[in-house]
Design a protein. Structure first.
Length: 258
């Protein structure tokens, strides 16, 4: 590797230092907007996310949520998992593959699937490690073939599942739902649900609609064996921002009023 001349090496260090300092100042300014220990109301948190000092990144950031649930994920009966079609979409372009044959393959193509195939598609993924897609849908009869690539799809969250509607004979509707903004969620080992609910460029009304849709779905997914407080802590954040802790009671009030 060629040696960088000392003069150039020094200028690169200075440039890197300036970038780091600039990012640090912006991040610090965003953190200063949050009052330590304060619980923000639903609308206050949304307003804060939209402030230029908080939304300082030079790209259209995702709006993310983290929801601490009163469940024990080690118990199978308390595993919270679900899917919901956000009324205002996610703001993302979703690449979809469908494992289907015959008329169902044609139905998937007409609905807008990006790639459709049968055993040939399974083989392509298996041999070429081809994973250039965001969601996978399969008809039930194709799952015995898709199962052969489960070790590739599973860890990446791409394995079709009947629990979230991605193993179905109604492939046309499944594709349209994914394209229009269907979000899947699953509680992690710490009992937290993470999900993206749109882009910071969305209007407050659009974000509010999406948030209420996913909170309503999470509430409906409450396990019968879950005791005590179910919604324990909620926070909002952007892709590059500190998190804002939201008053759970304000979310519950908004759900009742919707």
């Amino acid at each position: 590797m060629p040696r960088i001349p000392k003069k150039r090496e020094g200028s690169l260090r200075e440039k890197g230092k300036r970038i780091t300092q600039s990012r640090g100042k912006k991040s610090q300014a965003a953190r200063q907007l949050i009052e330590t220990g304060r619980l923000y109301s639903f609308d206050e948190a949304l307003d804060l996310l939209k402030k230029p000092e908080f939304n300082y990144a030079r790209f259209n950031q995702s709006v993310d949520i983290a929801v601490q649930l009163g469940v024990d994920p080690r118990k199978s009966e308390q595993m919270v998992r679900g899917a919901v079609v956000l009324p205002n979409g996610t703001g993302k372009t979703v690449r979809i593959v469908v494992f289907a044959k015959g008329e169902k393959a044609k139905e998937a193509q007409e609905a807008g699937a990006d790639v459709v195939g049968g055993e040939d598609l399974v083989e392509k993924i298996r041999t070429e490690n081809w994973l250039e897609f965001d969601k996978a849908i399969a008809t039930p009869d194709m799952m015995r073939h898709v199962g052969l690539i489960g070790k590739l799809l599973g860890p990446r969250g791409l394995m079709p599942s009947p629990k979230v509607g991605t193993v179905t004979f109604d492939v046309g509707n499944a594709v349209r739902e994914q394209k229009s903004g269907k979000v899947e969620y699953r509680v992690d080992k710490a009992g937290i649900v993470h999900a993206s609910v749109g882009k910071v460029s969305f209007s407050p009304e659009q974000l509010r609609g999406n948030l209420l849709a996913i909170f309503d779905n999470i509430m409906r997914a409450k396990p019968a064996t879950s005791k005590g407080v179910y919604l324990q802590k909620i926070s909002f954040s952007l892709t590059q921002s500190p998190s804002v802790t939201v008053d759970v009671a304000s979310i519950q009030s908004a759900l009742k009023a919707s």
